[in-house]
Write a protein that binds this ligand. Structure first.
Ligand SMILES: O=C(O)CCC(=O)C(=O)O
Ligand SMILES: [Fe+2]
Length: 286
């Protein structure tokens, strides 16, 4: 895969590439914008290091992919309502860790985000890596019988376990020190999405379930759904489908939220980690 203005070096066999040759603090030429988009479709998550971004730069990069998605339940920055601060303080040691479970962002929404642009403002001295997994590769590796079974199924997604009225964040013991996360009754809603979705740009099929927001298959109980969902979740995070990014301060990750899951590793107790995220709106999964 070659590009006119950038180079992309894979960091793992299945997905993820580090991109060089782009200065994201400057408005991008049309050719550079096309290249970066193509690199994202090719690699599903792309990384840039040593980028000195203002909030305006950050918003402009995200804007090349689409409209901003306002993240529910998580309070945005006061000065930039389209940017969320993702912070884990020293005092969050041993508990709170935003994104510390395999998930696809906001799959509980009717139209979940297309992707995100995540920027590191402060990386801990060690740890705090993020993992991504390739849900297209996970789908491809299934047997023909399993593929045709799943092709016709829907699953129910909900924020209920995290942000619902009985969810994790409704417990005072689970509050973040720095982030303001507001559970509400709207978090209890459920929405059906296809278990196998087709990417609107590449036309490729991928698994679209995740262990946080997918509660059951449509028209089945949670108990009935758990064995197959459990198998699929374990299958989807087989190490060969994943990549791992070791953040450095001022690095950027852009991921396609439609064909990946990710996991933020909270293994840096006693240190601070601070990220900014701009989320890009997406379409209804089909
Ligand atoms: O902090 C991270 O590495 C990722 C957290 C997360 O899940 C997200 O920003 O969507
Ligand atoms: Fe996330």
């Amino acid at each position: 895969m070659t590009y006119q203005t950038i180079e992309a070096q894979s960091i793992a066999g299945s997905l993820g590439a580090e991109v060089t040759g782009a200065d994201l603090s400057k408005p991008l030429t049309n050719a550079a914008t096309d290249d970066i988009q193509k690199a994202l479709w090719d690699h599903k998550v792309i990384f840039f290091r040593d980028q000195d971004l203002s909030p305006e730069d950050h918003l402009r990069i995200a804007g090349t992919f689409g409209d901003v998605y306002r993240v529910p339940f998580v309070k945005a920055r006061d000065d930039y309502p389209d940017i969320i601060d993702i912070v884990r303080e020293e005092a969050d040691a041993g508990k709170y860790n935003f994104g510390g479970v395999w998930h696809s962002d906001a799959s509980f929404d009717e139209c979940p985000p297309m992707g995100s642009v995540l920027y590191s403002l402060e990386s801990p001295p060690y740890g705090g890596d993020t993992l991504w997994t390739n849900m297209e590769a996970a789908y491809e590796a299934l047997s023909d019988g399993m593929k045709s079974l799943l092709d016709g199924m829907n699953a129910m997604h909900s924020a209920e376990r995290n942000y619902g009225s009985g969810g994790y964040f409704n417990d005072d013991d689970n509050q973040s020190v720095a982030m303001d996360i507001k559970p509400s009754e709207s978090g209890d809603a459920r929405i059906a999405h296809p278990v196998v979705r087709t990417h609107p740009v590449t036309g490729k099929k991928s698994l679209y379930i995740n262990p946080v927001y997918t509660v059951c298959f449509e028209d089945m109980t949670e108990e009935e759904s758990a064995p197959l969902l459990g198998f699929l979740h374990g299958h989807a995070i087989r190490p060969e489908f994943t990549c791992r990014f070791d953040w450095t301060t001022h690095a950027v990750a852009i991921w396609d939220n439609r064909c990946t899951m990710h996991f933020a590793i909270g293994d840096y107790d006693g240190h601070r980690r601070h990220m900014n995220r701009v989320t890009v709106a997406g379409e209804r999964p089909a």
